[in-house]
Design a protein around this ligand. Structure first.
Ligand code: F3S
Length: 409
């Protein structure tokens, strides 16, 4: 018998012949001894574990919960949240919502939508979820190599797994919330070492030495279509952390990549020594990336998909110094990052650009009013056409600022 099966009082059949272990505390929760909500949440985790063949639950360091936008969950979702009565036992934050709290009037948000959105937020607050609505929770709370997490948003999941070396599957909203309220998640998929090995190699060939964040986003846009849900291992690139963020976000959008490795850059590629022999090699050349950079005229510019890092905010502020925007320029970042970089944010806003928290260019209705939008993100390039009904153009942050502040678009 495996050591972790000792003392098991109840056996759930995750797969025929394979028991799922619950420890005595899990059992008490499942029996309803710790309240009805926690019982329902444990039932959900056990059901998920059964579907995905988990052998046990694993303790998590934090949760990031999707299903925070009223646009997504509607009245039934709100009623479900309102029916729950428990508190998160690990740090938990939310995904971006449809409006910036406190500044929604500036974006012309419908008051009825705003009231419903506030009710959703209040329901999460009652459950002990921190009212930070962001796809970059890793900027707010230290997340370390090997940490088990239950995060929902695809770019956050990709960053946690690939750049930090933490472990999370891409959780649905209820699964992440259940994990936050119980402090555990089913241990399967990317929580297991054996499932984190690369499936194929992407060999990038380029004469371009100075790759922008947008260029990595464009590479991710292209690569996601090539690899689908496999785990790619990149060679020939040396991205920094913001560039990795852009690469992973885009691959998660055009594909379903929740983990990738970059030779000599990402922690598992550096430390694990994967055996790459026999893996399929896919070549990507500069021209395939270049063709994504068009010069179509645009009506507005949006930066911060995923939400901006402090370095990105400082970069934008520097580029805008002494300039005024003549096209709307929206910048999105986590509230905690804005609060810690207020001088920089004020400097950006002096140009007429606006920096918003809680929401983003894709989930907020604000961008739906523009027929064509310039972004510096491969993920936004993929999502803006469908989610905002607009044509999307990608360019570097420098080009975005140039387009926002000059007559020619
Ligand atoms: Fe984040 Fe919204 Fe982009 S959730 S990754 S800014 S689409």
């Amino acid at each position: 018998m495996q050591p972790w099966l000792w003392g098991a009082r109840t056996t759930f059949r995750a797969r025929p012949g394979e028991p799922m272990y619950l420890d005595p505390e899990d059992e008490e929760i499942l029996a309803g001894e710790k309240g009805e909500t926690r019982q329902r949440m444990m039932e959900l985790l056990v059901a998920l574990g059964k579907v995905f063949g988990a052998e046990r639950l694993v303790g998590i360091k934090s949760a990031q919960v999707s299903g925070a936008s009223y646009k997504t969950i509607g009245e039934y979702g709100l009623a479900w949240l309102s029916s729950l009565d428990a508190r998160a036992v690990v740090p938990a934050v939310l995904n971006p919502i449809g409006m910036p709290r406190g500044r929604w009037k500036e974006l012309g948000i419908d008051p009825e939508f705003a009231a419903n959105q506030e009710a959703v937020i209040a329901a999460y607050e009652r459950l002990g979820v921190k009212l930070e609505c962001t796809c970059t929770p890793y900027y707010l709370r230290k997340t370390s190599f090997g940490d088990h997490l239950a995060w929902s948003e695809s770019s956050a999941v990709s960053y946690a797994n690939s750049v930090i070396g933490a472990r999370t599957n891409r959780e649905g909203g209820p699964g992440a919330l259940a994990a936050a309220l119980i402090g555990k998640t089913p241990c399967y998929g990317l929580h297991l070492e054996r499932n984190r090995k690369p499936h194929l190699i992407i060999e990038v060939t380029s004469d371009e030495k100075d790759w922008s964040i947008a260029r990595y986003g464009a590479l991710g846009y292209h690569a996601g279509k090539l690899v689908g849900n496999k785990i790619p291992y990149f060679r020939g690139i040396t991205p920094d952390s913001d560039q990795l963020k852009a690469l992973g976000a885009a691959m998660a959008a055009t594909g379903a990549v929740a983990l990738y490795h970059v030779d000599n850059v990402t922690p598992e590629a550096k430390n694990t020594g994967y055996d790459l022999s026999g893996l399929e090699v896919v070549s990507v050349e500069s021209a395939e990336i270049d063709r994504l950079f068009t010069k179509i005229p645009v009506d507005a510019v949006a930066i911060g998909c995923p939400h901006c890092s402090p370095a990105e905010l400082h970069g934008i502020a520097g580029l805008l110094e002494g300039k005024s925007v003549i096209r709307p320029l929206y910048v999105f970042a986590a509230q905690g990052i804005i609060d810690k970089n207020l001088k920089t944010v004020r400097s950006i806003e002096r140009s007429g650009a606006r920096v918003f928290a809680d929401t983003c260019m894709v989930v907020s209705p604000v961008m739906e009013r523009y027929p064509a939008i310039m972004v510096n993100s491969g993920k936004a390039l993929a999502y803006v056409p469908d989610m905002c009904g607009a044509i999307a153009r990608i360019g570097s942050i420098e080009e975005c600022v140039e387009v926002a502040t000059s007559q020619s678009s």
